[in-house]
Design a protein around this ligand. Structure first.
Ligand code: HEM
Length: 131
């Protein structure tokens, strides 16, 4: 029989919605303030508030937590969401680096799941580059 620890989803292990919100806020704070992410920031709308709402909901369902975001956005997927944006190796690399820093800053307690999420998200982002 699986133990409690083995059965816990990545959502639970990272710390649930509070931690996903903290990661997201740190991600957009860094994107908004560090010139290293200038090209990535320029792709986004001036107002990042809608993204601060949307990304934690997406991440929740994506890592095994509540799925309201997917229920509210039927048929939306990574490809359709990003179709309008010509993602390059440069901007995908900026996304992955910014997210790695955000996770390290906002979810320092459980290195194993934090490192696993960082790795998978970086692979996803880099796989989205069109060049
Ligand atoms: C590869 C690098 C990526 C770039 C350059 C990128 C860029 C963008 C941009 C420009 C937007 C629209 C933002 C706005 O309207 O202000 C967006 C939306 C979004 N992105 Fe990404 N993105 C990337 C990777 C990812 C990844 C890996 C995820 C998920 C883990 C993700 C999740 C989302 C979500 C949930 C939205 C909001 C969609 C909506 O609410 O309609 N993105 N992205």
């Amino acid at each position: 029989m699986a133990t409690q620890a083995e059965a816990a989803s990545p959502y639970d292990r990272i710390g649930g919605s509070d931690v996903l919100r903290r990661i997201t806020d740190r991600f957009y704070d860094l994107m908004d303030s560090d010139p290293a992410y200038k090209a990535l920031r320029a792709m986004h709308a001036a107002d990042l508030a809608p993204m601060r709402e949307s990304l934690p909901g997406f991440l929740s369902g994506w890592c095994g937590g509540p799925r309201q975001w997917f229920e509210a956005n039927p048929g939306k997927c990574m490809m359709s969401m990003h179709k309008p944006f010509p993602i390059t190796h440069k901007t995908a690399g900026q996304w992955a680096d910014c997210m790695a820093r955000a996770i390290a800053d906002a979810a320092p307690d459980n290195r194993e799941i934090a490192d696993a999420m960082t790795d998978v998200l970086a692979r996803m982002a880099k796989g989205m580059a069109l060049d």
